[in-house]
Design a protein around this ligand. Sequence first.
Ligand code: MG
Length: 316
Amino acid sequence: MQKRGELGLIQQIRRLSTTRSPFVRLGIGDDCAVLRPPRGADVLVTTDFTLEGRHFRRDWHTPESVGHRCLARGLSDLAAMGAQPLAAFLSLALPQEMATTSVGRRWTKGFFSGLQALAAQHHVPLAGGDTAESPASLVLADIVLVGAAPRGRELRRSGARPGDLLYVTGNLGGAAVELDLLRQGKRLPGHPQLFPAPRLAIGRALLSRRLATACIDLSDGLSTDLAHLCEESAVGANLDSAALPIHGSANLTLALHGGEDYELLFTARPGTKMPRSIVGVAITRIGSIAAKPKRGSAILIDGQPLAQGGWEHFRG
Ligand SMILES: [Mg+2]
């Protein structure tokens, strides 16, 4: 019984995974997928959990949004390193009802159609995965993204140097505002908490045009992710609050500490001619990189230590 359910799910995945790629020689159906990365490329791999109750709630997020966000998390990590996606792999544990009831089957279908729409947009095929019945009545997903970047040239968190300028794409705090609306039981038209746009084209432009010295994607919030970049580069940073591109309905706190914006935060040498936008998305200078202080906060905002406000997805 269970075996048949699983097979049905795999066939459903196969039907929905129609995106083709020259880099996937063999996709779903065999014991392994076979990838052939472009010539002269290094292969990059990232993995991200999407856990019900931690990263989404079935009563807040539509199934299409959950599928979209599941893939977007992995794609955003590839974007941060300037990589091109080659293939995605999904391990998915679903409660029994998702295969046996019509409501459940509708949810599963919505999940895959959300994932597939984003996959098609970025030409990344779902090339394999695994399914199982979830023991906990919770939807649990783990996505693996494989990407490629020109050999030895990927963007890292560790390349920032004192004197570099600090930039961010798009605007900040919008996803946190929308999460608050969801918490209040409001329905949303669909941006950016429900359907974040991974900045793949920007990451690749930063790499190919040699614009950036270091880069990270904003999944946990500016304060947390900037701290990661500073840590890996062994530097400090100065933020200018007036320069922050705050989302129209957000505030400074949400722009600094709200997570899930999936914008890119990057640094560049001071002489770099930085475009004002890349593929139509604004690039804003928000501060600069300084030497790492011997003691005290590595990050200052308007000259004062920046408090770390850890982003918890479903706090309060
Ligand atoms: Mg990341």
